[in-house]
Design a protein around this ligand. Sequence first.
Ligand SMILES: *Cc1c(COP(=O)(O)O)cnc(C)c1O
Length: 400
Amino acid sequence: MTSKQLLQVTEEFQTPTYVYDATKIRKQFNTLKNAFDGLPVKLHYAMKALSNIHILQLLKAEGADLDAVSIEEVFLGLRAGFLPSQIMYTPNCVDFSEIQQAVELGVHINIDNLSILEIFGNTYGDSVPCCIRINPHIMAGGNSHISVGHIDSKFGISIHQVRHIKRITDTFKIQVTGLHMHTGSDIIDAQVFLRGAALLYETAKEFPDLKFLDFGSGFKVGYKKGDIVTNIEQIGKEIADSFRAFCKEYGRDLELWFEPGKYLVSESGHFLVKANVIKQTTSTVFIGVDSGQNHLIRPMFYDAYHQIDNVSNPNGTERLYSVVGYICESDTLGYDRLISEVKEGDVLAIRNAGAYGFSMANNYNSRLRPAEVLVDGKKMKLIRRRETLEDIIRTEIEVG
Ligand SMILES: *Cc1c(COP(=O)(O)O)cnc(C)c1O
């Protein structure tokens, strides 16, 4: 989206506001969908990245299914119009009653713990199928920091415990219709990904009733110039080849599932904030904006880099700034950034803010959460109003 369009959004809806570009979301979805050399893949959108119903419905219209990590997300998915059969529920460390609720709703169940698998078998026997989340424990070498389900991870059942999984599934005659692997790491190296896939293929041979293999996510997007990104065309072809070979060996065609979050929505999002103050200190020039880590926590939480541009003055002389928020807490959105000269009142766009932006926002310092706007071609639509003080105090019990 152009600076001019973004400024129009702020004229109509003020700041701070998250803006999402519908065209970009559709493009990402279809690029991924078509990357696997003609194989029919299912993309379950990991809704924790951005869960506004308008985004869910946009992706549903493109043909997406859904990945939910809490029962609340399952409810939001159903409310958005997804069928139970389109929703994969992948919880971690939840009470068994939550899994029972999901079973009653009819969604796919992904189990990531042996004790839960045993209770599941005891409760449902062969009447409810499930998927099992495997932790393959691969660490990539070198300085690439890619890890595929590392040894200390709390997620999944270790690949070394397959014998125990089998004992439980055989005893209770549990129908295992899927195996799952989501490592949380970035897939930028086809070889690392394929090593994980090979382990899942090996494991799959132990389970004769499979309908799908789910490779989770990890598709990486670029946050700044020079970042390595997933070369989706190339890796898609390699995954498709290995998957075809596996299906041949397995004796049946299975479905290939993925659960992208970031890849689908990150780049579509622009977080618009206003420069409240320019503050020159002995060490730097701060831009203090009308937002902070309460609205975009990734820079402080993950040390994430988000490019920041001045959309009010996109072509001025670049100057060096540190961009900080208004929260009483270390609250840096970007250090040592070259940004086109900023005056107080200018609007800044924080890029790549579609994923884990609004969905991780909170009310710290009793600040209101931002509005969300969806831009689709020439149309712009408010899809979440800005909060009011009433929203913050709604759950407090009145002083009586
Ligand atoms: C978070 C999550 C995803 C999505 O990860 P991205 O990096 O946003 O693509 C997929 N699957 C599961 C189980 C997750 O928890």
